[in-house]
Design a protein around this ligand. Structure first.
Ligand SMILES: C[S@@+](CC[C@H](N)C(=O)[O-])C[C@H]1O[C@@H](n2cnc3c(N)ncnc32)[C@H](O)[C@@H]1O
Length: 457
């Protein structure tokens, strides 16, 4: 979109532009944000404001539209799309960003109207924004009796609300919906083998804590995770400029994503297959655990994502990991291909990551659950053929549905009753599931995930 001569603050203009591109289905919100910020010369502070505005409007889309629908005399459907976008931005800032004065929000919104040649609608924008600022509590009261109260209040499609209440019960279900609108902290995980100057004989868990403490010396404003396995970075921290990232001594991974490799327990000298591996968070974790001293092959069907995996391996100095582009359903390995340990990080609905992927909830359809559950099962069946007798197979996802998680594993076990044993399952966050055996792995601030360790008899 061409930037007009008279413009509001560059960050609001860019946020408006990204939201337009998102509505025109030009890409996922996080990709659009990255692309647009890369092409801008905004300061870091302004870049953060753009992210806050774009992600905030998308996290609260249904609620903002409900408010606009109540405010506009003939409903939100009567408003042209550019005005609707300006109103979403304004109401989001008014309701959720305390540090921006209300008069500044109004002023910037009217400048956006000017820029977009919406002079004829400026009066309406002015009136609606002022009405919201003066009468917000009345609108909240109107939501109380609405039949789709939860869907609108938490901005989740109704089918997803029904799914959550059914899966977790009314209280935990509502808590989960609210959790998805919280801003996740970024978790920095140390790469032990890149930090230790000489290999230590201590257990890996202890070495991980030492490495995390080493990172904390470098970034004292970060906070150590309760299990001391890594650091939560302070809000607004510029990740790419951290010394530990530049030196390949650390990587970004949600705490919930780390259990799969812990269950896999890769050992030096083993042959290890990392299936559905890109962009490589778990590949780094595996390579680190064995200090690069295992025969690791990372496989994925998507070339672009594998490019990111290769960049990650290079940055962290793991130069002996095999990288294979292969569709594991259409073109599986032969059965003679045998590994000691196989990790399958299956494609899934990603319901455990809705905090981070702010627009995923609007893309998902109820039919995605059975489709991806079946794909997971087919991949699990193929992956199991490449595990040598006595070897282990870890199946993991970043979702919360029974169909894609425990039921896919049960279906696999039923199809192979004598050949496989289920050893352990981990569900995060544990409080959603009442799984006593998962409680020890709980961190209060982790994505949802599932993993199961199976051994071949
Ligand atoms: C959950 S992501 C993997 C995340 C990765 N393990 C990590 O830790 O960074 C799932 C991956 O499965 C891959 N995938 C989906 N279908 C596949 C198939 N038929 N064969 C191989 N890879 C596939 C996708 O390209 C995607 O990268």
């Amino acid at each position: 979109m061409k930037k007009p001569n008279r413009s509001p603050s560059p960050s609001r203009w860019l946020a408006y532009s990204i939201l337009s591109q998102w509505e025109e289905k030009k890409g996922f919100a996080d990709h659009l944000l990255d692309e647009n910020l890369a092409g801008s010369n905004l300061s870091l502070r302004d870049q953060r404001l753009v992210q806050t505005l774009v992600f905030g409007c998308l996290r609260h889309l249904y609620l903002l539209d409900f408010w606009i629908d109540c405010l506009a005399q003939r409903g939100k459907g009567s408003l042209p799309a550019p005005l609707l976008r300006i109103l979403r931005l304004a109401l989001y800032q008014s309701a959720f960003l305390d540090h921006i004065p209300q008069h500044a929000i109004l002023g910037e919104s009217l400048l956006l109207c000017d820029c977009l040649k919406l002079e004829g609608l400026k009066g309406l924008a002015n009136a609606l924004i002022r009405k919201f600022q003066a009468h917000r509590s009345d609108l909240e009261a109107r939501l109380q009796d609405h039949p789709q109260r939860l869907s609108l209040r938490t901005s989740h499609p109704q089918w997803l609300v029904d799914w959550a209440l059914n899966r977790f019960g009314p209280e935990k279900g509502e808590r989960w919906l609210d959790f998805n609108n919280t801003i996740p902290r970024v978790f920095l995980k140390p790469l032990v083998s890149r930090i230790e100057s000489t290999a230590s004989p201590s257990p890996f868990s202890q070495r991980l804590v030492n490495a995390a403490l080493h990172l904390l010396d470098q970034i004292p404003e970060a906070s150590l995770a309760p299990d001391r396995s890594g650091l939560f970075l302070p809000a607004g921290c510029q990740i790419s400029s951290l010394e530990a990232i530049q030196k390949g001594q650390a990587y970004i991974q949600d705490p919930g994503a780390s259990h799969a490799v812990e269950l896999l327990d890769p050992q030096p000298g083993e042959k290890i297959l990392d299936l559905c591996a890109a962009p490589g968070g778990k590949t780094l974790q595996i390579a680190d655990r064995v200090a690069g001293a295992a025969d690791i092959t990372a496989v994925d069907s998507q070339k672009v994502r594998l490019g990111l995996l290769e960049q990650n391996l290079k940055r962290c100095g793991f130069d002996n990991v095999g990288v294979v582009c292969r569709d594991l359903l259409a073109d599986p390995f032969p059965e003679s291909f045998q590994a000691h340990a196989v990790l399958l990080d299956a494609p899934c609905t990603g319901l455990g990551t809705l905090r981070r992927r702010v627009d995923l909830r609007y893309r998902l359809e109820p039919t995605d659950i059975p489709e991806l559950a079946d794909k997971g099962f087919q991949l699990l069946t193929n992956a199991s053929r490449w595990v040598m007798p006595g070897g282990r197979l870890v199946y993991s996802t970043c979702t919360l549905t029974a169909e894609e998680n425990e039921q896919a594993v049960r279906r696999f076990l039923l199809a192979h009753p004598d050949a496989w044993r289920l050893e352990t399952e981990i569900f995060t966050p544990a409080h959603l599931f009442d799984k006593a055996e998962s409680a020890a792995h709980e961190l209060d601030d982790s994505d949802g995930s599932y993993c199961a360790r199976l051994t071949r008899k």
